[in-house]
Design a protein around this ligand. Structure first.
Ligand code: FPP
Length: 249
């Protein structure tokens, strides 16, 4: 931790602890651009990005934010060069293996969402293990979206519900938001209150399309590997200045 970050080990006094988001989602963009700027290969940006994520998770624990979701790999990311895809898969597996004991100690509950069946087997095993070993933890709920696509998630929910209708288990009129949510990968996880996207891009990029209906969106020009607690602090200040009306006046 840098000296600047250690100053922020406690919730900054200009934030109201009663109005913090209960769930923060993050699109960790700009790893490649960060690496290019340093004259490094793109993949080095992802390695550095994993460190930023680790600190954000710890910051959520320190500041009392109960849930964090990170977009680690989208269904579209398979179209990247094979070397980069393989690096990302290995990185996620390596970080899990290396950090699981520490996360366990800090009471983090890990969950992976997405079509996990397409991931390398060794990664699937590590994911299974991390979810199983942390399932009873009551600290920060840390969700990692991997081979995740919001449209695909909605489609698979529709298919599951259609199958139940066909089998006569539910009635078409019985399909409501609650029933639908139970079929999403994120069943049981509250919706994000705040989405942070780094590196200036103003898109949702197929991330948590259903769940993000009323999320506040905060975009910063900082590239993800450079994202610090101070950047998070600024995002939370902006969040607390928003007037969340949920369609009401
Ligand atoms: C987007 O930046 C970033 C990704 C597609 C990968 C993010 C993944 C990590 C940081 C690893 C997370 C690790 C764990 C253990 C969950 P980009 O490559 O699109 O950046 P660019 O827009 O500058 O090219």
């Amino acid at each position: 931790m840098t000296a600047k970050q250690s100053l922020l080990s406690k919730l900054p006094p200009d934030l109201d602890r009663h109005r913090l988001p209960k769930h923060v989602a993050v699109i960790m963009d700009g790893n490649g651009r960060w690496a290019n700027r340093q004259g490094l290969a793109r993949i080095m940006g992802h390695g550095q990005g994993a460190d930023s994520l680790k600190d954000l998770l710890r910051c959520c624990q320190d500041w009392g934010i109960p849930a964090l979701t990170a977009y680690a790999f989208s269904t579209e990311n398979w179209q990247r060069p094979l070397e980069e895809v393989e690096f990302l898969m290995t990185l996620i597996e390596r970080v899990l293996r290396r950090e699981l004991a520490q996360m366990q100690e800090e009471n983090v509950k890990i969950r992976f969402v997405g079509d996990l069946s397409q991931l390398p087997l060794s990664l699937q095993e590590e994911i299974e293990r991390s979810m199983r070993e942390t399932q009873d933890n009551r600290g920060v709920q840390f969700t990692v979206a991997t081979n995740y696509g919001g449209r695909q998630e909605i489609l698979q929910a529709c298919r599951a519900i259609a199958a139940q209708v066909k089998q006569g288990k539910i009635d078409v009129d019985g399909i409501d938001e609650q029933l639908f949510e139970k079929q999403l990968y994120t069943a049981g996880i509250p919706h994000p209150d705040l989405l942070i996207r780094t590196s200036g891009e103003m898109r949702i990029s197929n991330f948590l399309l259903w769940q993000m209906a009323y999320a506040e969106i905060y975009v910063t020009n900082t590239t993800w590997p450079d994202f610090t607690r101070e950047d998070f602090h600024q995002a939370l200040i902006a969040y607390q200045q928003r007037d969340r009306r949920f369609g009401k006046i």
